[in-house]
Design a protein around this ligand. Structure first.
Ligand code: HEC
Ligand code: HEC
Length: 343
């Protein structure tokens, strides 16, 4: 909390950026991190997006990357412009010619298989996991983005793709293939041609679905903090959830202070639900298992907060997942479980 405050104060002299910072905090920070260091999303340092044109950023923000976690946003042109100004922090935007680059697709495929496939995937589907902290590929610090993604191909100019292959992305595993592997210009053009050959007509209006439901459910507990935690654990077990042992609690560190509040997180899961979800979308691994957060405020009032997973699920742009009734069923079951505990 303190660190966050100091950082905000440090940013104050750059007041002309204020609008962008606020939009960033509201829509992007969850995934790209407070300091833009990446978490669920890629790092968005000014130096890492220095390869990207304003056109690329505008399109990426508005259309997202369907099938990956990056949603499209219904922001106005003015909001997007502010956001981009904030992200750039004064670093000049490159401009790319939008004429297509002609390359030999077969030759490009050959080079791709040899040099790029191990990171960007056999079908250019990107690395496993997502973003930074949630990269499941142990040898990659940042999960390599999906190059066959229609949102990416809609946004990226051929010249930008070429620029990235030639120069790499600063401080990431994406090295300069010209410097490190001595690629000549023809090899790079062939690669661009091969990547571009995956483009299909794309519905770029694809935006995150608005859900007319609360972000979370908040209950007031008639019990004290520790008693509430115990009641929740009992109730979860009665509802056929496996309750995770709270190692921190066992070590006497169970609650942590957030500002003036104390919080304890109770984690639980039902393996049948979990497997069903993971089959629909393996990326759900980043939000499971379920949790209930017990909060005691400075006046000693205790509440229990359940996240409404429908919002998290909507971000996955997975139609099948959004339509499945199992998420709604699980949320109802969790609500009943909490109500039972606080009865
Ligand atoms: C729910 C998580 C999430 C949110 C919210 C989110 N992003 Fe992303 N973003 C991602 C992921 C994941 C990727 C990488 C896509 C991939 O793996 O193919 C990404 C990629 C990007 C990229 C492309 C970076 C590159 O190197 O090409 C940009 C730019 C970006 N996001 C900007 C934003 C902005 C601006 C916002 C807020 C308006 C935002 N994102 C909100 C998850 C998110
Ligand atoms: C060691 C793993 C690795 C290899 C090998 C690799 N890349 Fe990458 N690539 C990455 C990562 C990680 C990023 C994301 C960097 C960032 O923006 O944070 C990336 C980004 C890119 C981007 C920009 C995409 C975007 O969303 O911004 C392109 C284009 C790209 N790579 C093409 C290639 C090509 C073509 C090859 C083969 C010549 C290749 N890469 C080889 C890891 C790799």
């Amino acid at each position: 909390m303190k660190i966050k405050l100091i950082l905000i104060l440090a940013l104050l002299p750059l007041l002309s950026l204020a609008g962008g910072r606020e939009i960033y905090s509201e829509f992007c920070e969850n995934c790209h991190g407070f300091s833009r260091q990446g978490s669920l999303g890629l790092p968005l340092y000014s130096s890492t997006i220095a390869n990207h044109s304003d056109r690329y950023l505008q399109r990426t923000i508005k259309s997202g990357r369907p099938g990956r976690i990056m949603p499209g946003f219904n922001l106005s042109d003015a909001q997007v412009a502010k956001l981009i100004r904030f992200l750039r922090a004064g670093i000049k935007a490159p401009k790319y010619d939008t004429t297509p680059i002609k390359g030999n697709i077969e030759a490009g495929q050959h080079t791709y298989e040899k040099y790029c496939q191990r990171c960007h995937g056999v079908n250019l589907e990107g690395g496993q996991g997502t973003g930074k902290n949630f990269s499941w590929q142990k040898d990659a610090e940042v999960s390599p983005p999906a190059l066959a993604n229609q949102g990416f191909l809609y946004s990226a100019e051929d010249q930008m793709i070429k620029h990235v292959i030639v120069n790499g992305v600063k401080d990431t595993e994406m090295v300069s293939f010209v410097k490190v592997f001595n690629f000549n210009e023809q090899a790079v053009d062939d690669l661009v041609g091969f990547i571009r050959s995956h483009e299909k007509p794309f519905d770029h209006e694809h935006v995150i679905k608005k859900i007319d439901e609360p972000m979370s459910f908040i209950y007031t507990s008639p019990y004290k903090l520790e008693q509430t935690v115990n009641k929740l654990r009992e109730s979860a077990a009665a509802y056929n959830f496996r309750v995770y042992p709270n190692r921190a609690l066992l070590q006497g560190l169970g609650e942590f202070q957030v500002g003036d509040e104390k919080q304890v997180v109770v984690r639980f899961c039902n393996f049948r639900n979990m497997q069903e979800f993971l089959k629909l979308d393996p990326r759900l691994g980043v939000i499971l298992p379920c949790r209930a957060t017990v909060i005691e405020d400075e006046q000693g009032k205790v509440s229990v907060v359940l996240e409404n997973y429908k919002h998290a699920v909507a971000r996955f742009n997975n139609e099948q997942m959004s339509q499945s009734s199992s998420v709604g069923d699980l949320i109802e079951k969790m609500q009943e479980m909490v109500e039972e505990a606080l009865w």
